[in-house]
Design a binder for this molecule. Structure first.
Ligand SMILES: O=P(O)(O)O[C@@H]1C[C@H](O)[C@@H](CO)O1
Ligand SMILES: O=c1cc[nH]c(=O)[nH]1
Length: 360
């Protein structure tokens, strides 16, 4: 029982600190001043590793921006390392000149499928009107088959395969890479696919906040034998900027809403068509309707860790492939599926061109 005046619930694993408190601290133990119960306090940290531009005038008028917001890693050990091998990217500080290769990166676009991300890189190359021949755009991570990476002008494109642990490994190495390359003013965007809730398939959802399966805006990471909870807040101005961009594209259904991130595609997303199903159709629909009521408009499998790690300079833009209130199976004809998957790419290409002053 919580004594009157006790600030912390002894059963609670997490205590929120100020959002500006960016540093991870070890859990501490403190007795409740009222009841004397010793509580373990795990600090919620804001992990955003890419420092945001601090006000909108910098963003809306890039030419007046004189400061540099460097990509920042929160690991004191890194700078003391003689060599840093980014194993899953097949890159390293001694084997590659990361500053020369990546120093001019301003946009990083990530998504699950290697082929889709390659197609996006080639599309971006065309949209930016770059001179280099298409055949010269090679997979920078060709030495490994874990992830693929392409660079076209200031745009870096990387695949992250599926689910939280896979994108998390990629993001650790990507953010470290951007830090070694001394990149600054970088915007990171996840472009992908999702299941919609209560909205027409083909709708593009720009995430305002990523939530977990309990509709909470948090990402829980097991670190050693602690659970550390991180915020999944995103930059609202960036979401609105993207939404405004979407209005310029004809027949382009788009909305801003919460995105739910799960650890599984089948039972974890309330599907009735997996190898296991431990709930009824009614329970499934009740859950999805509660999600809708909580503001969730789509479900995917990477956004919470992505936002926790990249947060305030990041966006998540996913097209919906089905309405989960109607069905579980994705049965779109191939050409429709391809067209839907291109929608986030089209929006992001317009956004990048606009940011670079390449739009009419
Ligand atoms: O990269 P995308 O957006 O396609 O990833 C979503 C979320 C899961 O990783 C995968 C499930 O099909 O699609
Ligand atoms: O339903 C869907 C579709 C794509 N990706 C998901 O995670 N869920």
């Amino acid at each position: 029982m919580l004594a009157p005046g006790c600030e912390l619930d002894p059963d609670q694993e997490v205590v929120r600190t100020r959002p500006e408190d960016y540093f991870l601290r070890p859990p501490s133990h403190a007795p409740c001043t009222a009841c004397g119960t010793v509580m373990t306090i795990h600090i919620v940290e804001r992990m955003a590793l890419v420092i945001p531009a601090s006000n909108s005038s910098m963003r809306s008028d890039r030419n007046t921006y004189v400061g540099k917001r460097f990509v920042h890693v929160k690991n004191a050990y890194l700078d003391s390392m003689d060599e840093d091998i980014l194993y899953h990217l097949d890159l390293g500080t001694k084997t590659h000149n990361l500053l020369a290769m990546f120093g001019d990166v301003k946009f990083v676009c990530v998504g699950g499928s290697p082929n889709r991300m390659k197609a996006f890189a080639l599309f971006m190359h065309k949209e930016l009107g770059l001179e280099e021949a298409e055949e010269d755009i090679k997979d920078i991570c060709a030495g490994t088959d874990r992830y693929c990476m392409y660079k076209t002008g200031p745009v870096l494109t990387i695949s992250h395969v599926m689910v939280i642990p896979s994108i998390s490994i990629m993001l650790h190495e990507l953010i470290t890479l951007l830090h070694h390359a001394r990149c600054y003013d970088v915007t990171i965007i996840r472009i992908g696919t999702s299941g919609g809730i209560g909205i027409a398939p083909g709708t593009v959802v720009i995430t305002d906040i990523a939530v977990d399966s309990f509709f909470k805006p948090r990402f829980e990471q097991v670190i050693l034998d602690n659970i550390v909870t991180r915020s999944t807040e995103l930059d609202k101005e960036l979401s609105e900027e993207l939404f405004n961009c979407s209005k310029e594209i004809p027949n382009f259904p788009t909305l801003i809403g919460h995105t739910m991130c799960t650890y599984d595609f089948y039972e974890g997303q309330g599907r009735l068509d997996g190898a296991l199903c431990s709930f009824s159709r009614d329970k499934k629909l009740d859950y999805l309707k509660r999600a809708y009521k909580a503001g969730v408009r789509n479900i995917e499998m990477e956004s919470t860790v992505f936002t926790a790690m990249c947060g305030l300079c990041a966006a998540v833009v996913c097209v919906t492939l089905l309405n989960r209130l109607d069905c579980d199976q994705i049965n779109l004809p191939h050409d429709v599926l391809v067209e839907y998957q291109q929608r986030p790419q089209l929006l992001i290409s317009n956004f990048i061109r606009r940011r670079l002053g390449l739009c009419d």
